[in-house]
Ligand binder design. Structure first.
Ligand SMILES: *[C@@H]1O[C@H](CO)[C@@H](O)[C@H](O)[C@H]1NC(C)=O
Ligand SMILES: *[C@@H]1O[C@H](CO)[C@@H](O)[C@H](O)[C@H]1NC(C)=O
Ligand SMILES: *[C@@H]1O[C@H](CO)[C@@H](O)[C@H](O)[C@H]1NC(C)=O
Ligand SMILES: *[C@@H]1O[C@H](CO)[C@@H](O)[C@H](O)[C@H]1NC(C)=O
Length: 492
């Protein structure tokens, strides 16, 4: 009897122990540790926009020039048919969610009625001097749920205070305060170091400017050669480096410094700051509208898209309104084609119904980090994570396997869960065992447009060859781009 009792006791204890162990097993597995530096909330939101629009508009539009002298008579500014709804509709139809206007360009003419200068719309015949282009854009954008950003040129060729450090910096800060308090939320502000070689010598109080911007707007991103939120990519062609880190050392950057353009375009795997790159480019040759210019071909715009959005950047496409105050029909048409092309290529993921498996997965099957996460609609918060502790040099892979008929595609899309840091340093892609593409960084989005054109295959394997920590892949897509004809490129 005591023996039996003991036995029952033992069983009970064992049972409780197993219970304890299994309740431990039932704890929901946690995400892996992030790898710093990390994006801020506003930087992440900005990155997900992918395509944003610039509007260069002002006295240059009426003088057929790119850089005004500052001596333009405000009387020349008279865009009789100005309709910001047309700008916003054009943008929204192409998938643009943020539009940045040149509130003031180098010529110093202000598109809003600034009380600190006479050189503005107030002294133009447009709307009898009662117009405000910034307000028109803000109203139109709000009606369609599009966000607004502003450019306020530091170089000012009109204002006599330019060249006098204290007076000009006060003037500039006064205008920043007007722009960032009168018009509601402003999502991006653009600063640059552009300046003529014979311009007066002066210093800009960037530290004060940036602090003022952050004081007045909570969700804004500040763009400049050196950030602090978004960096210039280092050229005006719209191309990022084929390696492109969102991380860089801010201390190595300065505004208007020509010697850092290569560093800007690739970023820095060891960078201590999250400072992703924006690729600015114009739909035409110039930034302002010129009667003699025409928009770029669709194939050129797609080339830029693959080399900017497809290289972990945001594409900032300039579309200049004409002297009527409207976006020219040719440009409207081209943007419509561009938007349609992006939809055609990317709205269907050919991998959608495929099987997917991986070298390993964090927390095992059902743990929430399986490879199936790369085929869902969430491209940020759900992801495949390999088991960690494997060491960062391990060969991690993920594989997409077609059901029966096989797959026919010419574009491969890979996205990292960048909310936990940018990690992948080198990767290779095999189709049915054959290497078809290789690359370095991935980041928010890497697009491989296959050099050899369309591929028919069954098994697509992505190998992560090198990574700063375990790779976290949030999305993979196989796409068909009907506009991509690598062998006939000159004809398109
Ligand atoms: C501009 O000013 C800085 C210091 O304020 C000086 O070092 C530099 O030589 C000046 N450049 C010219 C072109 O005057
Ligand atoms: C330009 O950047 C380089 C590299 O960071 C730096 O050595 C140099 O001093 C910078 N020049 C200016 C004018 O800021
Ligand atoms: C950036 O900073 C990190 C950390 O201090 C350093 O290891 C790296 O070498 C720096 N990169 C450059 C290009 O100086
Ligand atoms: C500006 O674009 C609009 C809309 O496409 C067009 O009707 C107008 O004629 C254009 N103005 C000029 C000066 O080309």
């Amino acid at each position: 009897m005591p023996k039996l009792c003991c036995f029952v006791c033992l069983i009970t204890i064992l049972f409780q122990l197993t219970n304890l162990a299994s309740s431990k097993r039932q704890q929901v597995p946690t995400p892996p540790l992030p790898l710093s530096p990390l994006p801020s909330f506003s930087q992440l939101k900005w990155q997900q926009r992918e395509l944003i629009m610039f509007l260069h508009f002002g006295v240059n539009t009426f003088t057929d020039s790119e850089w005004g002298t500052g001596n333009e008579n405000p009387e020349i500014f008279n865009p009789l048919g100005l309709d910001a709804n047309q700008w916003v509709n054009t943008a929204a139809e192409a998938g643009v969610s943020l539009m940045i206007l040149t509130a003031k360009h180098h010529d110093g003419f202000c598109l809003w009625p600034s009380k600190f200068t006479e050189h503005s719309v107030t002294h133009s015949p447009w709307k009898h001097g009662r117009g405000d282009v910034v307000q028109e854009l803000v109203n139109a954008a709000k009606a369609r749920g599009v966000d607004v950003g502003l450019y306020l040129s530091p170089w000012d060729r009109h204002d006599p205070r330019y060249g006098h450090d204290l007076q000009y910096n006060e003037y500039y800060l006064a205008q920043l305060q007007e722009l960032l308090t009168r018009y509601g939320d402003v999502r991006e502000i653009w600063f640059d170091g552009a300046k003529g070689s014979n311009a007066p010598n002066m210093s800009y109080y960037f530290t004060d400017w940036f602090a003022m911007v952050k004081e007045l707007q909570s969700s804004i991103n500040i763009f400049s050669d050196a950030g602090p939120d978004v960096r210039w990519v280092g050229n005006e062609k719209g191309f990022a480096g084929s390696t492109c880190w969102s991380t860089i050392n801010r201390t190595s950057l300065s505004i208007g410094n020509g010697s850092i353009v290569d560093y800007l375009s690739t970023g820095d795997a060891k960078g201590t700051d999250w400072l992703p790159a924006e690729c600015d480019v114009s739909i035409r040759k110039g930034w302002f509208w010129h009667k003699s210019e025409t928009p770029k071909k669709l194939s050129e715009l797609l080339e830029i898209y693959y080399n900017s959005v497809g290289r972990n950047c945001v594409m900032l496409l300039n579309v200049p309104p004409n002297t009527t105050g409207l976006i020219s029909e040719t440009d409207v048409q081209r943007l419509r084609e561009f938007g349609t092309a992006i939809d055609t290529i990317f709205s269907k993921n050919l991998a959608e119904n495929c099987f997917v498996k991986a070298s390993s997965q964090r927390a095992g099957k059902g743990g929430g980090f399986g490879p199936e996460n790369v085929l869902d609609d969430d491209h940020l918060r759900t992801y495949w994570a390999p088991r960690d502790g494997d060491g960062i040099s391990d060969d991690h892979w993920i594989e997409i396997r077609a059901a029966d008929e096989g797959l026919r595609f010419n574009v491969i899309r890979i996205q990292e869960a960048i909310g936990l840091g940018q990690r992948i340093k080198r990767h290779e892609i095999f189709v049915d065992g054959k290497l078809v593409a290789e690359g370095t960084t991935v980041g928010h989005k890497k697009l491989h447009r296959l050099e050899n054109g369309v591929i028919d295959g069954h098994v697509v394997r992505i190998k992560i060859k090198e990574s700063r920590a375990v790779p976290l892949i949030s999305s993979i897509g196989l796409h068909f781009d009907p506009y991509w004809h690598p062998n006939r490129q000159s004809l398109t």
